[in-house]
Ligand binder design. Structure first.
Ligand SMILES: [Zn+2]
Length: 206
């Protein structure tokens, strides 16, 4: 994000993935003290609160950087998955860009988690089936994965809540930034911030 001075107004230029990364990191740093004081205010011991805060901020970063809402279109994001980029290809084709399914505040990050889980299950089931064709029988890894996740959720409910909350805020920070540079421009204008570029075409950003 480059901030320059226009004629008495702040002008912000917003490129794609990089700016979103900066927003993810800055918003993560900004919510950390809020989350921490909210917990201690509610009587949670500081050490436990710090642990929850670390999980929440970690999930916030993970969600904004690796599970970005722009996985629906921006191949710069799925490149981050290295050799596993193809996991997100069906998602990219199934989900219309900047639609409710990819850019809603709460539902879309949870959908991406669910999609990721389903893809893992498909890979494990498909891999097991292929190996069975050549006579190699492997355990039902997809069931082990599901049991492992359910076990984690049951044994660590507080950590699970912190993770989900951070996963949602990491995605919401992106959606809010997208909104502000497109439909929400007038709010920025109200605060004297004028965008240097039009982001009407954000939908076609590559
Ligand atoms: Zn976006």
């Amino acid at each position: 994000m480059s901030i320059g001075l226009g004629i008495g107004k702040i002008v912000i230029a917003m490129p794609g993935a990089r700016t979103h990364d900066v927003i993810t990191v800055l918003s993560g740093a900004a919510i950390a003290p809020l989350v921490q004081s909210f917990q201690t205010y509610n009587g949670i011991a500081p050490e436990i609160a710090w642990r929850n805060t670390a999980i929440l901020v970690g999930a916030h970063l993970l969600s904004g950087i690796m599970f970005s809402p722009d996985l629906d279109l921006d191949s710069a994001i799925d490149n981050r998955w290295g050799p596993f980029y193809w996991i997100w290809r069906p998602y990219m084709h199934l989900v219309p860009h900047r639609h409710f399914w990819s850019h809603s505040l709460v539902i879309s990050p949870l959908l991406r988690l669910g999609y990721f889980y389903l893809m893992l299950v498909l890979i494990l089931v498909g891999g097991g089936w292929l190996l069975a064709q050549v006579g190699v029988i492997v355990p039902a890894y997809h069931r082990q994965l599901t049991d492992w996740i359910l076990g984690l959720v049951r044994s660590y409910p507080q950590q699970t809540r912190a993770f989900l909350a951070g996963f949602i805020t990491g995605s919401a920070a992106h959606t809010i930034a997208d909104y502000l540079v497109t439909d929400g421009k007038r709010f920025l204008a109200y605060f004297g911030i004028r965008l240097r570029r039009s982001y009407r075409n954000h939908d076609r950003y590559r």
